[in-house]
Write a protein that binds this ligand. Structure first.
Ligand code: KG4
Ligand code: ZN
Length: 339
């Protein structure tokens, strides 16, 4: 079964071809980062309009690169939520309409399920069950993954997502957008020890997270200082250390509680090098294995959507002709394919 995957939930227009036997065949992405940079964050209306401009040419380019045409497709998958409603609607309407025109099934995919199983796109992948840390601009959660569609949430952020905190802290420090990579870059020349930020939610039991306090701490610290380049770097490092440490501490707890031997890291913040090296150290101490998707599959991409679409279409699921999106959609509402 050959499935076209479409991702337009936020500011990346992304598409991919996934074959049920051969796996990922091709993928293409157009990032809107430059479009939104001058506004310091994603402008939903601009995002939707740009998806309209870029999506169809990107699909043509994708098919051409794989030496295929639309008639080779057996199914279409598109992100249906969570995300920005206007942006989601572009992918959902084009995906649904394409499938209808070709007489093939279509399916709406949960964006976070895509991220959660992105490590399964790699050759070296974990066996079920595993622990998953999902860290993006919209979510921060730890899930027990027993199989496809069998997720239980062990803990999540009570307020801001960790990626959102990176973005907001970067804005406060004048580092621009997107904030995660900007903070990480600035932190490279930061001096350890000049500032120490609290590790939120680590002094109490449980696996939930909180990041709004860290944002306030960054704001207060920034207001007390003259923000020269070195000070910005020092604050960026203190922020990153606190944000990353709180994730690592909760991962250690969750591994102890579940007894799982594999930890999967997914979502945009999974591209953070400090997080990667601290989790690698944790894995060595705890004798577990940690799996990261390649960096381009940590952030939003079409491959993860095509993969889930293929799994679920093969399980016999398909959407009706109605086009709808679910800007808010909890991962725990998902069921197993074919259930
Ligand atoms: O998964 P993603 O591409 O989009 C969704 O939110 O679904 O994640 C984007 C988030 C942004 O908040 C971005 O600042 C953050 O991931 N991010 C990073 C890094 N690269 C991206 N955060 C920390 N360090 C990075 N290197
Ligand atoms: Zn995402």
């Amino acid at each position: 079964m050959l499935v076209l995957g479409i991702e337009t939930s936020c500011d990346e227009t992304a598409v991919a071809l996934y074959d049920s036997v051969k796996g990922l065949l091709a993928d293409r992405l157009f990032s809107q980062v430059e479009l939104h940079a001058e506004y310091g964050g994603v402008v939903p209306e601009l995002a939707a309009r740009d998806h309209i401009r870029k999506l169809a040419p990107l699909i043509e380019d994708l098919l051409g690169s794989a030496g295929m045409t639309l008639s080779d497709l057996d199914g279409v998958a598109y992100t249906v939520g969570p995300g920005l409603s206007g942006a989601l609607l572009v992918g959902a309407s084009l995906g649904r309409a394409l499938a209808w025109g070709l007489g093939i099934p279509a399916i709406g995919v949960h964006h976070m399920e895509g991220h959660l199983l992105a490590p399964m796109l790699e050759q070296d992948r974990p066996d079920y069950p595993f622990l998953a840390l999902l860290v993006s601009g919209g979510h921060t959660l730890l899930a027990d993954v027993a199989g496809v569609g069998r997720y239980s949430i062990l803990g999540e952020s009570l307020d801001d997502a960790v990626g959102e905190a990176f973005d907001k802290a970067a804005k406060l420090l004048g580092l621009g957008y997107p904030g995660g990579p900007a903070i990480a870059r600035a932190a490279e020349s930061g001096r350890p020890g000049r500032f120490t930020f609290p590790r939120p939610m680590t002094d109490r039991p449980g696996l939930d997270f909180s990041y709004s306090g860290l944002k306030t701490f960054t704001l207060t610290t920034a207001h007390e200082q003259v923000l020269d380049d070195q000070t910005v770097a020092d604050i960026a490092l203190a922020f990153q250390d606190a944000a990353v440490d709180s994730l690592v501490i909760k991962c250690r707890r969750a591994l102890d509680e579940t007894g799982h031997r594999a930890l999967v890291v997914a979502g945009g913040v999974g591209a953070n090098r400090s997080l990667r090296s601290k989790l690698a150290a944790l894995a060595e101490q705890e004798d577990v294995r940690v799996y990261f998707p390649r960096p381009e599959f940590c952030t939003d991409n079409g491959a993860m959507i095509a993969q889930i679409g293929c799994l679920r279409l093969q399980g016999g699921e398909a959407d009706s002709l109605a086009v709808g999106v679910r800007p808010r959609w909890r991962l725990s509402e998902l069921e197993r394919p074919g259930a």
